[in-house]
Design a protein around this ligand. Structure first.
Ligand SMILES: [Fe+2]
Length: 173
């Protein structure tokens, strides 16, 4: 077990996410939402973990993972943001603390995208995205404090460096 959750909790989380239908299926997404709802409802459980923090950027912490899924806690320093990206796998996330600003984009070609919507994701918020999209987005923490979110991806963390398929640059907005 490489994650930082206790072995018992990692086993329980990974067992809950096991689906005979694969990580794009409705059953799996429902299970991922249920795991996230449980985790975001217990912020103290996450906050007392030895999470890495990186001022000004986001830090990924592997909580649990196997050959099918990986579960991460992201600690978002004030002002940190992802690139504008889409995913090669299913991506479910929930907000534990702080506020995540999520901006959605529409691709206008292979490398450029225009913003189409923006929402504040507050603690308790849970959502899932499929790679069949469109699901181009950027997440950021505008601060002033840090934010923590949990992400469940349908990829093996030993085979893929991240869930990102394509990155874009913003035009307009
Ligand atoms: Fe994403």
């Amino acid at each position: 077990m490489q994650g930082i959750l206790s072995a018992e909790r990692q086993g329980a989380v990974l067992h809950s996410l096991r689906s005979g239908q694969g990580t794009l299926s409705g059953d799996y997404l429902a299970a991922a939402r249920a795991v996230l709802r449980e985790l975001v409802a217990r912020p103290q459980l996450i906050q007392r973990l030895p999470l890495e923090r990186k001022p000004g950027v986001y830090a990924r912490n592997l909580l649990a993972g196997d050959e099918g899924v990986s579960v991460w806690a992201m600690v978002w320093g004030a002002g940190s943001a992802t690139s504008i990206h889409d995913h090669h796998c299913s991506c479910c996330f929930g907000v534990v603390s702080g506020t995540i600003t999520e901006t959605w984009y529409r691709a206008i070609d292979a490398t450029r995208a225009v913003p189409t919507a923006e929402q504040q994701r507050e603690p308790g918020y849970v959502a899932c995205m499929l790679p069949s999209g469109p699901n181009i987005h950027r997440m950021r923490n505008v601060g002033p404090g840090e934010a923590i979110s949990i992400h469940i991806y349908g990829f093996d963390h030993e085979l893929h460096a991240s869930s990102i398929e394509t990155e874009y640059v913003a035009v307009g907005g």
